[in-house]
Design a protein. Structure first.
Length: 179
């Protein structure tokens, strides 16, 4: 769990600030490695500061999709799963979020998207994605993100994790490189 906190903190820090020297950009998406170099990521941040991305562990070579935004979830709640609707210009589907708890800033909470293959199918060839999240009573929160560069960024992060590259994901030189 601590490693995940570091990864999400790194993602948020890199996306909020200027492009980090060891980060690559693909459209609106950034690709990089966590501060502890234990994971690669492909992520984007919307204009409201919410984060959407894919995180891939270098050691276990497993990836998952993540949303991080300012709606609280309770990690201790046994029912810390939440239904959402994903909508793109290519289709819509229902998904489930699983609470991963707060980030170190205390105001942003992390959620793993459980049905990753369903998400990837609806994201394919889409230009934007919106997530509708139920709130208390009869309210909804909608998060919207650009998909410009998503496919290339995710493929780069996944390939780097599979090859076990931590720092190699984000070369800053202009020489040819095999990832």
């Amino acid at each position: 769990m601590r490693a995940l906190s570091i990864i999400v903190f790194s993602l948020t820090h890199l996306l909020v600030n200027d492009v980090h020297a060891a980060e690559r950009r693909f459209g609106d998406w950034s690709v990089g490695t966590s501060e502890d170099e234990g994971a690669t990521f492909a992520a984007t941040m919307n204009d409201s500061g919410s984060l959407f991305g894919e995180v891939c562990g270098i050691a276990d070579k497993k990836c998952f999709w993540l949303l991080a935004y300012d709606v609280k979830c309770d990690l201790d709640d046994a029912k810390a799963r939440y239904p959402i609707l994903a909508n793109t210009d290519r289709g819509a589907t229902h998904l489930t979020l699983e609470c991963l708890g707060p980030m170190s800033d205390g105001g942003t909470y992390r959620y793993r998207i459980v049905e990753w293959s369903t998400l990837e199918a609806v994201l394919k060839d889409s230009s934007r994605v919106g997530f509708a999240l139920p709130l208390a009573s009869d309210q909804f929160r909608v998060l919207r993100f650009s998909n410009d560069g998503r496919a290339e960024a995710a493929a780069t992060a996944e390939a780097a994790a599979v090859k076990g590259k931590s720092g190699g994901t984000c070369a800053t030189s202009v020489r040819d490189e095999t990832l």
